[in-house]
Design a protein around this ligand. Structure first.
Ligand code: AMP
Ligand code: MG
Length: 419
């Protein structure tokens, strides 16, 4: 039986994903989405040279020689507040009091912060000159009118959103989100709202997958639980095929009651593969409908289901969302202990990371059984043990996929930390 490598499986999946059409969303709904158009600045910011400090606008020549014992004494002839335009040109021997963000007056070239001055009536004493030109933000330092400030494909982070607000984009062109449906399958499963029955298994996968979608910004539709019964399964799968992405967990293996693959095939879904050389995660199936629904048959074991989401579903959804970086950021770390493994499968070991001087040390989260959810719950990353590696020693350099946070960063290998 042919097992596909993780990379080959990812490529096959991505070949079948299409970027969603661009849509217009309100600014506050755009966080985490991907820009579908370049964004140009529609003004200069700041619109004129402004003071970066509360202080005094001066001519540097007047204060160049000032010291604590022999301060410069200047006549204060104006008081300029943010939002007001100055009217007076500052001549030799004079200064203007100025607030942060206020336009600088003509004649001056430097702002002295208030902390380095003392005032007496109409006069200010400056006892320490800053550098010439200090504390002035030049016109257009932040945004230049007409300049492309954001690019198609940029992910909208809070910082990007701030720029969108500055160029007054009340609405933003972003790529659409894929609609995702989630189905759990298994006679043994008990729903969140069902009464507790100690002979049943609580459905964790629906909710774990829902949360994983949500971390990408996608509000998935929960289809509930289908029993291991081809008729019930078929009805739920048909419902799921109205979406861009259908996630069905459980029932995808070779068990006597594993009906997911045959039912999908009977519904006309082309199955592209169903065995991937990975641990945890096998079996994992992928198919497409004629209408373009990407169908993922995820393993029933909760850890496997979550790992498969990370490796396959998340990159697929991100491709649909217009992301350029589809995979998690990776770092290099040292292994805190030896790992015995079997060759022939890529192993995603759940790890925590401890920082030691200049590098991270990775430690297994403990029992790595595919049903032991705690290994996933406390994980900060996946240690990727390559397919052809049988064991790793303490201190070996390893690659870690980082799991924390929204995935705004690139997947570039940043190596060990530089102080
Ligand atoms: P299956 O892939 O259907 O053979 O299931 C493999 C294992 O995962 C079995 O022990 C199931 O009870 C368990 N399992 C399947 N689906 C879920 C689910 N939605 N939540 C928690 N455990 C599940
Ligand atoms: Mg089952």
């Amino acid at each position: 039986m042919h097992y596909l490598s993780v990379e080959a499986a990812q490529q096959t999946i991505l070949q079948h994903m299409q970027t969603k059409k661009a849509i217009c969303v309100p600014l506050h709904k755009s966080l985490g989405r991907v820009l579908a158009k370049d964004v140009l600045a529609n003004r200069n910011h700041p619109p004129y040279d402004v003071s970066a400090m509360d202080g005094y606008a001066v001519r540097f020549a007047d204060i160049a020689d000032a010291t604590k014992d022999a301060p410069a004494r200047l006549h204060v002839v104006d008081d300029i507040r943010a939002g007001q335009m100055p009217h007076i040109k500052i001549l030799q021997g004079r200064a203007a009091r100025i607030m942060t963000g206020a336009a600088t007056p003509a004649g001056i070239d430097t702002v002295v912060r208030v902390e380095d001055t003392a005032h007496d009536g109409d006069h200010v004493f400056i006892h320490r000159p800053p550098k010439q030109g200090a504390n002035i933000r030049p016109l257009g330092e932040n945004l230049r009118n007409g300049m492309t400030v954001l690019f198609k494909g940029d992910v909208i982070t809070p910082g990007v959103l701030a720029i969108l607000a500055m160029v007054k984009q009340k609405e933003v062109d972003v790529y659409g989100l894929p609609s995702v449906a989630i189905l759990s399958t298994g006679d043994e499963l008990e729903g969140l709202d069902d009464p507790l029955d100690e002979h049943k298994i609580p459905d964790a996968n629906s909710h774990a997958l829902y949360a994983q979608c949500l971390s990408l910004g996608i509000h998935a539709t929960l289809l509930g639980i289908a029993h291991d019964n081809p008729i019930e399964l078929r009805a739920k799968l048909v419902e799921g095929l109205n979406h861009d992405v259908l996630l069905a967990s459980g029932g995808v293996s070779v068990g006597h009651h594993d009906f997911v693959r045959p039912t999908l095939e009977a519904l006309g879904i082309t199955m592209h593969f169903w065995r991937v050389a990975m641990r945890p995660g096998h079996p994992f199936a992928f198919g497409t409908s004629q209408q373009g629904t990407a169908v993922f048959g995820l393993p029933g074991n909760p850890v496997s289901s979550m790992v498969c989401f990370e490796q396959f579903v998340a990159p697929a959804c991100k491709a649909a969302m217009g992301h350029k970086q589809l995979f998690r950021r990776t770092i290099k770390a040292r292994l805190g202990h030896g790992i015995q493994d079997r060759e022939g499968r890529t192993h995603f070991v759940r790890v925590t990371l401890v920082r030691d001087k200049k590098e991270y040390i990775a430690f297994s989260t403990g029992t790595q059984g595919s049903g032991v959810l705690m290994s996933m719950a406390v994980a900060e990353g996946f240690l990727v043990v390559p397919m052809n590696t049988a064991h790793l020693n303490k201190g070996d350099a390893v690659t870690i996929q980082l799991l924390q946070g929204m995935d705004f960063q690139s997947d570039a290998d940043i190596g060990s930390i530089n102080e």
